[in-house]
Design a binder for this molecule. Structure first.
Ligand code: KG4
Ligand code: ZN
Length: 343
């Protein structure tokens, strides 16, 4: 309720907005966001149905779907907010990392729009967007912050002294957590994307299978390919195993690894908060376990609202605000690979 009032006031007072555009993978997402991270309007067109039959994202089909959806999505977001381009201070668009074709569609559309509206266009690092997602809609992040990024493409722990500086403490040597969820789902014959399916199924099972906890006591690096291989062996050897027990045991292993690394990192650093972002942060089980880790370490937990955990335009818009205020404007060229330390 309060949020709704602040939206309305913001609009009446003519608060500036940034239009955020995200198209790095399989979501065409657009949002209008204030400097404070209030989301005035937002829309995400998911391509799940297009990619489901392939069991993963088909890059060429993703590019075509983005090309078809991006302008209607922008128009719908502007119409929902009932504003014209004069209220838009800048356009922020994901420049990478991601699939090059889909990124190209976003960057080209933003460039065209910038010319038509006479607005600056800012290329944003998608990972920096995820980092800022915890500050959307009233979220507070206390620095120094320990960040756990768990998405489809990345798994890493980083220490942020402030909203700009990112020091990587550890990352996955192979699969990301999201990939491990997706591959485990495929092994169990579940739908795509697998993360939410595993998350749901795990709640119905018992963690009765002893899967490995890779690199549990070995610093802050991660490895998840061994866990995936163990799930594959289990399903192969015992085809009648209860899938819910496999899912619950897999999740238990993942949570043990994530919580142990976060607890170690919190005790080794002076972090005041634990920030958990990325698609896997949409999991209720991950959120619950991380809140326990934060509580026992005396750190504050900062999580993005559920709908801004997976890819979205609002996080790109809020990161775009930071770039805009700092006068930061990296070359507007899509890049498939981009480190979280870059802008
Ligand atoms: O951040 P994201 O939307 O896209 C990337 O930047 O990669 O993350 C997508 C990943 C996928 O692996 C998906 O299966 C996983 O996040 N995911 C989940 C849940 N929702 C999405 N994993 C576990 N539980 C969920 N509820
Ligand atoms: Zn993402």
């Amino acid at each position: 309720m309060l949020q709704e009032i602040s939206h309305a006031l913001g609009l009446i007072m003519g608060e500036d907005l940034i239009l955020g555009i995200e198209s790095s993978c399989d979501d065409t997402a657009v949002a209008l966001v204030t400097r404070d991270g209030e989301v005035v309007s937002a829309l995400t067109q998911s391509q799940v149905r297009i990619h489901a039959e392939w069991g993963g994202v088909f890059p060429e089909l993703a590019s075509r779907a983005h090309a078809a959806e991006i302008i209607p999505t922008i128009k719908a977001v502007m119409a929902e907010a009932d504003i014209g381009p004069e209220r838009v201070k800048a356009i922020a668009v994901t420049r990478g990392p991601g699939l090059i074709g889909p990124l190209m569609v976003g960057v080209n559309s933003a460039t065209g729009l910038g010319m038509a509206w006479q607005k600056p266009v800012i290329g944003v690092n998608h990972l920096r967007g995820h980092l800022r997602s915890a500050a959307l809609e009233g979220g507070k992040v206390k620095y120094p912050a320990l960040v756990l990024l768990v998405s489809g493409g990345h798994t890493l722990l980083a220490l942020m002294e402030n909203a700009d500086s990112v020091r990587i403490l550890g990352a996955s040597r192979d699969d990301s957590v999201g990939e491990a969820y997706d591959k485990t789902a495929r092994l169990l014959g579940l739908g795509f994307p697998g993360g939410p399916e595993i998350d749901k199924l795990a709640k119905l099972g018992e963690p009765s299978i002893e899967f490995p906890r890779p690199m549990l006591r070995e610093g802050l690096e991660f490895s998840f390919s061994g866990l995936k291989a163990a799930v594959a062996r289990c399903v192969e050897r015992a085809p009648n195993v209860d899938p819910a027990n496999v899912a619950a045991s897999f999740v238990a292993a993942v949570l043990d690894v994530l919580s142990s690394k976060c607890a170690s990192a919190l005790s080794e650093t002076n972090a005041r908060s634990l920030v958990v972002v990325g698609g896997v942060a949409a999991s209720a089980q991950v959120r619950q376990r991380m809140s326990e880790v934060a509580a026992s370490s005396g750190a504050e937990l900062a999580l993005p609202p559920l709908k801004w955990s997976t890819d979205n335009g609002a996080m790109i818009a809020l990161a775009g605000w930071d770039y805009f205020v700092a006068g930061r404007n990296p070359a507007l060229r899509p890049v498939a690979r981009l480190s979280i330390q870059e802008f």
